[in-house]
Design a protein around this ligand. Structure first.
Ligand SMILES: *[C@@H]1O[C@H](CO)[C@@H](O)[C@H](O)[C@H]1NC(C)=O
Ligand SMILES: *[C@@H]1O[C@H](CO)[C@@H](O)[C@H](O)[C@H]1NC(C)=O
Ligand SMILES: *[C@@H]1O[C@H](CO)[C@@H](O)[C@H](O)[C@H]1NC(C)=O
Ligand SMILES: *[C@@H]1O[C@H](CO)[C@@H](O)[C@H](O)[C@H]1NC(C)=O
Ligand SMILES: *[C@@H]1O[C@H](CO)[C@@H](O)[C@H](O)[C@H]1NC(C)=O
Ligand SMILES: *[C@@H]1O[C@H](CO)[C@@H](O)[C@H](O)[C@H]1NC(C)=O
Ligand SMILES: *[C@@H]1O[C@H](CO)[C@@H](O)[C@H](O)[C@H]1NC(C)=O
Length: 541
């Protein structure tokens, strides 16, 4: 055994063979390299990506985030009441006619940007809406009949007030000739019209309780720069917070709900999310008017514009479910029980106590009784009335979105106020809208495609290339070693090999080891004393 071993070792010391030994070492190194790259390449790529997407002045993602290269489209559908008189006088079901879409092209930009020291940045969101007559099913000047929201809010709220207050209210409304339905243009309903009640309230009510405006519009004040100071994480210190809200007007939490969890604001505005989204990730979107975080869960894989693959995220079916079905919604019911009926979300605390209830359009996922209470609204369809968001999971970028919400007014009957005495308890749908993002520009989709497909290809190419090269070299080296050892043997046996040295050194070797170094009786060209002592010592230890 010992003899055989030293024989191989010494053979490997030959200058000719040492070359091949080096090649073997090199090829093994290549193999290891290839495997290491295969295992760690994606981690490295992700590290680079995470560094790259951080919101910092001058980076490409920052510019896209600050001023998205795509213009979101808002489509508004208004429920025109066609039998207001019969509804009030005869107790008929309200007959609604869905008008729309009224299409607005938006342009979003974040302004007054300021980088803070703690890897956050503060901004104001600017949204400019432009009416798109061409794609709309009507004009902004079309007249519609809708419930008088300021009036019905006031009367519904007065339900539990003193009776004399309600009577006073009735006479004021008489003087101001306020009626439970108003006929206004689409533009007025959305962007604001002067409302006598709000004007009065503004003049009369004490400063602290003052309503912020004397005009009423469902999107009043939304065209332009929002006053809200939003602070988001840049992802510089912790990529898992990338794009999430740190504070909204200085608050980290809403004040309205019962638990810390339900008051949280740390969601995204829907444009970017922390990268490395998986199918089990729950995304959270915050919108001021929604008054809470909206959770979104993975639904399926989809292909979006430009062939970019994405994950579709939708709100869970029970997101607005009644407490009996989804006990987690208990926290959104500070005044209850009774809590919000199935499929609605009570936002009155975020809407100056107006009895506004949100739902999905056409009461999708809500109690069917709401649909039955009115006429003229078709059955909800997931494709048309559902809410979804498609994201690129590696980068956390939104690819496509349909944010759809319906606004309803929960009217309470108040018989003391004669103008609304015949207005029954009803959930009156007013309108619904869809915020749609689609069709990122082709330079963006190309880059996203590249970011999604290039790293795995590069990983395979590099690691398999290295492994293949290593294996090939190893094979060649092994073959050569084997062949040369074969040849040496042959040469030695023929006794003509010039490699074979005279026996002077061989004798020395025998003297040192106490037996011939080569058990097979083979000789070798050189004896390296260092080599002799090194491994031999190791072997004897
Ligand atoms: C809305 O309904 C009213 C009847 O209540 C009707 O006069 C009006 O023309 C309708 N508006 C549109 C745009 O169809
Ligand atoms: C970004 O850098 C540009 C030029 O260097 C500067 O004009 C701009 O104010 C910076 N923006 C922010 C938000 O700091
Ligand atoms: C970061 O700084 C901003 C501005 O100074 C502040 O509003 C915010 O609360 C800070 N956030 C954290 C997480 O410290
Ligand atoms: C929004 O404001 C811009 C000016 O800032 C104006 O041109 C545009 O018409 C407004 N849009 C609507 C729908 O009023
Ligand atoms: C936003 O910040 C500005 C200046 O930092 C401040 O004047 C303003 O009151 C803030 N707005 C809100 C809504 O808090
Ligand atoms: C929001 O903050 C809470 C802790 O306050 C944390 O547990 C949760 O993971 C955060 N949500 C996101 C989406 O980061
Ligand atoms: C909506 O919430 C407000 C405030 O908590 C509450 O007073 C009101 O009764 C709720 N409305 C319904 C219909 O549950």
């Amino acid at each position: 055994m010992r003899g055989r071993r030293s024989g191989i070792c010494s053979k490997l010391t030959s200058t000719f063979l040492r070359k091949w030994w080096c090649v073997i070492a090199f090829s093994v190194l290549l193999l290891i390299f290839g495997i290491v790259i295969f295992v760690f390449f994606m981690t490295w790529v992700n590290m680079v990506i995470h560094k790259e997407i951080v919101l910092r002045n001058g980076s490409m993602t920052f510019d896209w985030w600050r001023e998205p290269p795509v213009d979101p489209v808002m489509s508004v559908y208004i429920y025109n009441v066609t039998n207001a008189d019969a509804f009030l006088n005869n107790g008929d079901k309200p007959i609604l006619e869905e008008l729309g879409p009224f299409v607005y092209i938006q342009h979003w930009e974040k302004v007054n940007l300021e980088f803070n020291d703690n890897d956050t940045l503060t901004f104001n969101q600017r949204k400019v809406f432009k009416f798109d007559e061409l794609n709309s099913a009507g004009s902004e000047e079309d007249m519609v009949v809708v419930p008088n929201i300021p009036m019905l809010s006031a009367t519904s709220q007065s339900k539990h007030a003193a009776r004399f207050l309600r009577l006073a209210m009735a006479s004021i409304m008489d003087i101001l000739k306020i009626k439970p339905f108003v006929e206004v243009s689409v533009a007025q309903l959305l962007w604001g019209y002067e409302d006598p009640l709000l004007k009065l309230a503004k003049d009369v009510v004490s400063k602290e309780q003052k309503l912020p405006y004397e005009e009423f519009g469902l999107l009043y004040g939304k065209n332009g720069t929002a006053k809200d100071n939003v602070t988001v994480f840049t992802g510089g210190d912790d990529i898992t917070h990338y794009g999430l809200i740190d504070t909204f007007n200085g608050r980290t939490h809403l004040p309205h709900w019962k638990t810390e969890e339900c008051n949280r604001l740390n969601g995204s505005d829907g444009s970017i999310f922390p990268p490395q989204i998986t199918k089990s990730t729950t995304l959270h979107v915050y919108d001021k008017d929604l008054c809470r975080l909206l959770p979104l869960r993975f639904e399926k894989e989809v292909e979006t514009n430009g062939g970019v693959m994405g994950y579709r995220f939708t709100p869970p079916q029970d997101v607005f479910a009644e407490v009996a079905q989804n006990p987690e919604n208990e926290c959104f019911c500070p005044g209850g029980p009774p809590c919000t009926p199935h499929g609605l979300f009570n936002v009155s605390l975020c809407q100056y106590d107006s009895p506004i209830m949100l739902s999905f359009p056409h009461f999708y996922l809500a109690d069917p009784k709401f649909l039955d209470a009115v006429e003229g609204i078709s059955k909800p369809e997931k494709d048309k009335h559902g809410f979804f968001l498609d994201v690129q999971p590696d980068l956390g970028v939104s690819l496509r979105a349909r944010a759809r919400i319906q606004i309803n007014l929960a009217v309470s009957q108040v018989t003391d106020i004669k103008q609304v005495a015949t207005f029954p308890d009803i959930l009156f749908p007013i309108m619904w809208f869809e915020d749609g993002v689609d069709g990122l520009p082709s330079d963006v989709t190309e880059l996203l495609n590249l970011a999604a497909t290039a790293p795995p290809i590069a990983r395979s190419a590099i690691s398999f290339g290295l492994i293949a090269l290593g294996a090939l070299l190893l094979l060649i080296a092994a073959a050569c070693l084997w062949r040369s050892s074969k040849r040496q043997e042959t040469l030695h046996l023929e006794g003509t090999s010039h490699y074979v040295k005279p026996s002077e050194k061989q004798k020395k070797d025998i003297a040192a080891n106490g037996h011939p170094a080569n058990g097979n009786g083979k000789t070798f060209e050189t004896l390296n004393p260092a080599f002799l002592t090194g491994p031999e010592n190791g072997a004897t230890n």
